[in-house]
Design a binder for this molecule. Structure first.
Ligand code: ADP
Length: 265
C-alpha cells in the first residue's frame, strides 16, 4: 500500500483531523516488475549479436583477415548476426505498435484465401529449402470475414514461419480454413518437434522460448507469438494449441466474422 495523508483544517484554521488515503499498488508494482524484466530482456537480446559482431570484426582487424577462409567464415557470421539484429529491432517495433493501448486496426470485409495465398508465396521457398511439403487446403474457396488483412497476414506468417522452423526436414506444414455462422477458423498444422502441454501458456510471453538455442538457430526472436496474441486480441479473436511432443502442433486462429455491433448475434 501507498499512504497519502493530509490535515483537515476548519474555517478558522483549527485542526479538525487528518485524512488518509490508502492506495493498493500491488498491480502497479507487478507492472513495474514486468517492465523492468522486459527492458533487461531487450538489452540482453540486443547485446548478444552486437558482442559477436564486435568480437569477430576485431579479430579480423587484428590479422585474421589475411587468411581467406577465415575471412569468408567470419564475414558470414557477421552478416548472420547483423540480420538477427535487424529482425529483432523490426519485431520490437512491431510489438510496441501492437501492444499500444488503443491499437487501431483497419477492418474491411475481405476474402481471406488470397491473404493465405500471399503468405504461401512468401514462405514456400523457406519450406522448400528444408524439403517440407507446404500446402494451403482448398485455396479457391471464398471465405469472407471482417479483418485487417495486413495484420492477419502477419499472424499467419508468424505461425507458418514457426511451423517451418520447428519441423525437421521432409515434414509437412498445412494451412486449412473452416467457418461457422459466427467465426472463421484458420488451422496451421505441422509434423514438427511439438510443444509440451505445460509450456502452452508461456509461449505467448515476450521472449519466452522453449529451447533458446534452437530458436536462435532458426533466426527466432521470441517475439512472434506475443505479436500474434496482441493482433488477435484486437480482432476479438483467440488462438488455441493442440500439440504432442515429437509428433507436431496445430495452432488454430479463431476470429469473428464481423467486428461490428452484430458481432456474435
Ligand atoms: P521464436 O522467434 O523463438 O520462434 P515465438 O514467439 O514465435 O518465438 O515462439 C515462442 C516459442 O514457442 C518458440 O521459441 C518455440 O519454442 C515454441 N514454438 C512456437 N511455434 C512452435 C511450433 N510450431 N512447434 C514447436 N514449437 C513452437
Amino acid at each position: 500500500f501507498e499512504v497519502y495523508g493530509a490535515p483537515i483544517i476548519g474555517p478558522k484554521g483549527e485542526w479538525k483531523g487528518i485524512i488518509l488515503v490508502f492506495h493498493d499498488i500491488t498491480e502497479l508494482k507487478d507492472l513495474e516488475r514486468v517492465r523492468k524484466q522486459f527492458v533487461a530482456n531487450v538489452s540482453h537480446e540486443l547485446n548478444t549479436p552486437v558482442t559477436s559482431i564486435k568480437g569477430f570484426t576485431e579479430t579480423l582487424i587484428d590479422g585474421a583477415k589475411e587468411d581467406k577462409n577465415t575471412l569468408d567464415h567470419f564475414l558470414s557470421i557477421i552478416l548472420k548476426e547483423s540480420n538477427r539484429l535487424q529482425a529483432l529491432i523490426k519485431e520490437l517495433l512491431e510489438l510496441s505498435k501492437v501492444e499500444q493501448h488503443g491499437f487501431q486496426l483497419d477492418f474491411q470485409k475481405v476474402d481471406i484465401m488470397p491473404v493465405l495465398m500471399d503468405t504461401f508465396e512468401i514462405l514456400e521457398k523457406k519450406a522448400a529449402k528444408k524439403n517440407i511439403c507446404f500446402e494451403i487446403v482448398d485455396p479457391k474457396r471464398q471465405i469472407v470475414c471482417e479483418t485487417d488483412s495486413f495484420r492477419l497476414q502477419q499472424v499467419i506468417i508468424n505461425l507458418v514461419s514457426n511451423a517451418i522452423a520447428y519441423t525437421p526436414p521432409n515434414g509437412k506444414v498445412t494451412v486449412s480454413v473452416s467457418e461457422d455462422k459466427d467465426e472463421v477458423f484458420i488451422k496451421v498444422s505441422d509434423t514438427g518437434i511439438g510443444i509440451d502441454e505445460k509450456e502452452f501458456p508461456r509461449i505467448f510471453e515476450r521472449f519466452y522460448r522453449v529451447d533458446k538455442d534452437r530458436s536462435r538457430e532458426s533466426g527466432g526472436t521470441g517475439l512472434g507469438l506475443a505479436i500474434v496474441k496482441h493482433i488477435l486480441e484486437a480482432h476479438h479473436g483467440k488462438i488455441t494449441i493442440d500439440s504432442k511432443l515429437d509428433e507436431g502442433s496445430t495452432f488454430t486462429v479463431i476470429i469473428p466474422r464481423s467486428q461490428g455491433s452484430d458481432r456474435g448475434k
